[in-house]
Design a protein around this ligand. Structure first.
Ligand code: FAD
Length: 512
């Protein structure tokens, strides 16, 4: 039994996309919050400049997770960047703002996540938003999160859009609007030319609130319990072991890797696995660490005839959201254009280059996250089982074929010198399969390791409470039952918004 003075009503672990929103909303409603973040409380040009995101990979702000060797990608271990800084992965990401489509969320609800259907979550997306063109049926203004549009595209991003339409793909003027399918320009979480991370957008403006305590550079090691009731957490800062207690609740927003790891370090997870690594079982919850999945990305890389001018945004201004089969209810492909050379393993990187990156957004493969040891400093064993389902490789081949078709279009004639990867010698679907196994990487949208639902393999209920325990919720990308059809920052922010209302006991008609 743990007894101690609670210094705050809420303890939030992780100041990332979801955690930052929860902190802000709890403060807005007059509560006291202690947020504890493993990374530093800094900004600086590398983080704030939208164009410098590639330089953040493997930097001090990246957990630089490496997967286990992947059976279906030629035994390669893949680098999964994850933010280790206030703002979490929203301080490292490509800043694309896209919510996904109605059926993504209706499917969550259909599978047991009651209250997370599109009509229920859409108001939470809106509540966050400060759209630069003002409110409309699909957008909102006045929220903390600035959402901007591409008004001055890079010439090669424009070539991508022109190439797509010349091939018959429809033009969409808003991936978050009525008709999201087709080729078009993204919206960005960028304000006044600077990255608008969740931390900068939601927490910085209320930093002076005396009810807020921020502890950075502090790694949480476990949740503390009084029987089955969470009462606080234990963390390490400057080499010191400390505790933070909550009179209300403990909220884990440590992300798709951090939250399941923390649950398991606290004795909550698959009992056999916990015993295997020498952790005393507090609560047998077999779904913790299951259901790890991700979007996949590769690089159809071109050398440019001419130097690439600098761009104004994050170098990923346009994409194509598409279905590999018109009978699908939602898009499964998202080829992405980058006006930079995105490396493909084993291929040269041209000095002047651009990339049409095949992206696949409806994976069937599912993997796991497990502990390598009971030591909190040991990285977890992350196995997404990429291409474990052959369907995913086939859809990536479909996406790559589309990318190459776009790359050959006349719209690129002033830019295209040579196709570097996979290169002209790759002709058949077999050649493309082989290329993808050798080079595929992550689209950075891992999720699902603390899946929300009501079945015995789910980890949290639709109110985000960990099954079988009290005063403990998980709120971040780990609770997604299935990854949405687009990038995952806006959905993670939406999860933060809805989590806050669930904690506050606010009814759905009070959202906006
Ligand atoms: C390189 C990259 C590019 C991306 N590009 C885009 C994009 O353009 N658009 C988009 O929509 N999405 C993008 N994403 C995905 C998106 O950013 C993430 O899905 C989203 O940020 C996840 O939010 P989260 O709250 O679940 O976790 P995070 O934002 O990762 O937050 C988790 C936080 O918890 C902290 N933490 C973890 N463990 C502990 C611990 N033990 N103690 C204390 N703190 C801990 C971490 O340091 C981190 O700050 C990208 C992601 C990456 C990595």
């Amino acid at each position: 039994m743990v007894t101690a003075r609670a210094e705050h009503e809420y303890v939030v672990v992780g100041a990332g996309s979801s955690g930052s929103v929860i902190v802000r909303r709890l403060l807005d409603h007059g509560h006291s919050v202690h947020v504890i973040e493993a990374g530093p409380d800094v900004q600086g040009p590398l983080v704030t400049n939208p164009a410098s995101w590639p330089a953040l990979f493997r930097s001090e702000f990246d957990w630089a997770v490496m997967t286990t060797p992947q059976t279906h990608t030629n035994g390669r271990s893949l680098h999964f960047p994850r933010g280790r800084i206030v703002g979490g992965s929203s301080s490292l990401n490509g800043m694309i703002y896209i919510r996904g489509v109605r059926s993504d969320y209706d499917t969550w609800a259909y599978g047991g996540a009651t209250g997370w259907d599109w009509d229920s979550v859409f108001p939470y997306f809106l509540r966050s938003e400060d759209y630069e063109d003002g409110p409309g049926p699909w957008h909102h203004s006045g929220g903390p999160l600035h959402v901007s549009r591409v008004t001055d595209p890079h010439p090669t991003s424009a070539a991508f859009v022109e190439a797509g339409t010349s091939l018959g793909f429809p033009l969409t003027d808003d991936f978050n609007g009525e008709q999201p399918l087709g080729v078009g320009y993204h919206q960005f979480t960028i304000r006044d030319g600077k990255r608008a991370s969740a931390w900068v957008s939601f927490v910085e403006p209320v930093r002076a609130n005396p009810s807020l305590e921020v502890t950075a550079n502090a790694q949480v090691h476990r949740v503390l319990f009084d029987d089955t009731r969470a009462v606080g957490i234990e963390y390490i800062v400057d080499g010191d072991r400390r505790q933070a207690y909550a009179s209300g609740e403990v909220v884990l927003s440590a992300g798709v890797m951090g939250s399941p790891k923390l649950l398991m370090l606290s004795g909550i997870g698959p009992a056999d696995h916990l015993r295997e690594v020498g952790i005393e079982v507090r609560h047998d919850l077999p779904g913790v660490g299951e259901n790890l999945h991700d979007h996949t990305l590769a690089s159809n890389l071109y050398e440019s005839k001419q130097p690439m001018p600098a761009g104004r945004y994050s170098s990923m201004e346009s994409s194509l959201l598409w279905k590999s089969d018109p009978r699908l209810v939602a898009p499964d492909l998202q080829p992405l254009f980058l006006h930079l050379a995105y490396p493909a393993d084993g291929y040269p990187v041209p000095e002047h280059g651009y990339t049409i990156a095949p992206g696949m957004v409806r994976p069937l493969s599912r993997g796991t996250l497990r502990l390598a040891s009971a030591d909190p400093d040991t990285p977890p064993l992350v196995d997404p089982d990429m291409f474990g389902e052959p369907h995913d490789l086939e859809r990536m081949v479909d996406a790559l074929e589309i990318c190459r078709e776009i790359g050959r279009a006349d719209a690129f004639k002033d830019w295209r010198k040579t196709e570097v990867a996979p290169g002209p010698e790759a002709k058949t679907r077999d050649d493309l399969r082989e290329f993808l196994r050798r080079t595929v990487s992550t689209y950075h949208h891992q999720c699902g390791t603390c899946r929300m639902g009501q079945d015995s393999l789910s980890v949290v209920d639709p109110d985000l409470r960990v099954h079988g325990l009290q005063n403990l919720r998980v709120a971040d990308a780990s609770i997604m039952p299935a990854v949405p059809s687009g990038n995952t920052n806006a959905p993670s922010i939406m999860i933060g918004e809805k989590a806050a209302d669930l904690i506050l006991g606010r009814s759905p008609d009070q959202v906006l």
